[in-house]
Design a protein around this ligand. Structure first.
Ligand code: SAH
Ligand code: TMP
Ligand code: ZN
Length: 404
């Protein structure tokens, strides 16, 4: 049992997943030894934060060969164009505003801010994706954000009008240091917002594959409001977003005298109704997870026993947890189709299923395909209309196993 990263209270174990490799480290030589760590979801009964019980060193995950490129889906491009629009509207009445994005990756969002000529800085420790952002005209600092780097940035650039981060706050183990950094770097009347996969969606859908090394935290409004309060911030808004299978955007401001926000009150009551403040809610989550794993493996085995081949779609980091915990490997799945050039020709971490190109998938036309990138379902089903019209079937698994 680990200790809470936020308040140091003893965590309660929700699901001990066992040994896992680094989820985004695709394997070149399947005979070489892989680094493994113990993946376990814990929950803090004191500050209500769901989190990993032990964490992987960030430098092992975020470096010059980080495999996740934000700009791989048209839906994400649309999402971040919209985010940039909202930011530019927010700062429109400010004089020479300064915008900071944590974890800007390949510049999917900040390239729009840069194109508008607004002062900005992306903080991005993974050198390969940061280089792409720079090529797109984005200013990037190649560091891990925290209290120290925030002070450094503030000394050079001054305080920011807006600080934001998408799918990055959940990566930051030392979250208290991150909040200290935001406190230093943000103007007194500035706004800090971040968005990450939403705990309530994970529990409702049983989407446990969101749980992997990079995701240290599984945020809820209940936990974020407490965390914000510890650092002199107030949670002033919560806006659900469809991306990544259900995300929540949290808006924070300095001070505690803001109006009682209706959307926050609403979402907190929804979270309580679903028992997010009570360990019982997490016990039933674990039962649901185990049921889906058994059903999925059973379905794949029946298809295979019927003499049919099965491929998979989307070599996502989250599928590492799904495949390993459900014990699904190359004996059931022939290959995973993915469009990311740096993943093609490699093998999935731990399970060593070959990753092949999308053109290979189209040529091969497998009768069944496990939809690992389920969060992009709409975009993928639209793209693969011809495959489905020709009789190809997708297998989905959240909130229950289905062949569509
Ligand atoms: N915001 C993008 C990228 C998400 S992936 C999107 O939503 O698509 C998370 C990114 O955060 C990675 O590129 C990773 O290198 C970066 N990251 C991880 N830890 C960080 C830290 N401490 N400070 C800033 N960026 C970090
Ligand atoms: P994500 O779920 O973390 O966003 O990762 C999606 C992965 O799926 C990424 O490796 C790209 C891949 N992908 C495809 O191969 N084809 C597609 O049409 C989409 C949307 C994603
Ligand atoms: Zn705690």
């Amino acid at each position: 049992m680990g200790k809470c990263n936020v308040c140091l209270h003893q965590l309660k174990t929700v699901i001990p997943f066992g040994k896992m490799p680094i989820s985004n480290r695709f394997v070149t030589d399947p005979d070489a030894n892989e680094y493994v760590y113990h993946l376990s979801l814990g929950w803090c009964p004191k500050c209500l934060m769901a989190q990993l019980e032990s964490c992987v060193d960030p430098a092992m995950m975020f470096n010059d060969s980080y495999a996740y490129f934000s700009s791989t889906s048209s839906a994400m491009e649309d999402h971040f164009r919209e985010m940039a629009k909202e930011i530019s509207e927010f700062v429109s009445d400010r004089i020479d505003p300064f915008i900071v994005e944590l974890g800007c990756n390949d510049g999917i969002m900040l390239k729009h801010i840069a194109a508008l000529g607004l002062s900005h800085l992306g903080i991005e420790p993974s050198a390969n994706v940061a280089a792409i952002a720079r090529d797109r005209g984005v200013k990037v600092l190649g560091e891990f954000f925290g209290a120290e780097s925030a002070l450094e940035i503030q000394k050079i650039h001054g305080q920011a009008d807006l600080i934001c981060g998408a799918n990055v706050m959940c990566h930051m183990e030392d979250i208290n240091s991150v909040f200290e950094g935001v406190n230093v770097l943000l103007k007194p009347d500035g706004v800090f917002f971040f968005q990450d996969p939403y705990l309530l969606d994970i529990l409702k859908k049983t989407s446990f594959d969101q749980i992997y090394d990079e995701h240290v935290y599984y945020f809820s409004g209940l936990a974020v409001s407490q965390l914000a309060g510890r650092h002199g911030f107030e949670l002033v808004g919560m806006v659900p977003k469809e991306v990544h299978g259900g995300s929540m955007r949290y808006y924070l401001k300095k001070g505690v005298n803001h109006q009682d926000p209706e959307d926050v009150t609403f979402h907190l009551s929804q979270e309580k109704a679903f028992n997010l403040h009570d360990f019982e809610g997490y016990v039933s989550f674990r039962e649901n997870v185990d049921r889906i794993c058994v059903n999925l493996k059973q379905t794949l085995m029946e298809i295979k026993d019927g003499g049919n081949r099965i491929a998979a779609y989307g070599a996502t980091s989250k599928s590492t947890t799904l495949l390993i915990y459900s014990r699904i490997g190359p004996e059931l799945i022939d290959y995973v189709s993915d469009t990311t050039p740096t993943k093609i020709g490699k093998y999935t971490p731990g399970t060593h299923i070959p990753v092949k190109s999308h053109s290979h998938f189209l040529r091969d036309n497998p009768p069944y395909t496990l939809l690992l990138a389920w969060n992009h379902e709409r975009e993928i089903l639209e793209k693969e209309r011809t495959y489905r019209k020709g009789g190809g079937k997708f297998i989905t698994f959240f909130p229950k196993v289905a062949v569509i």
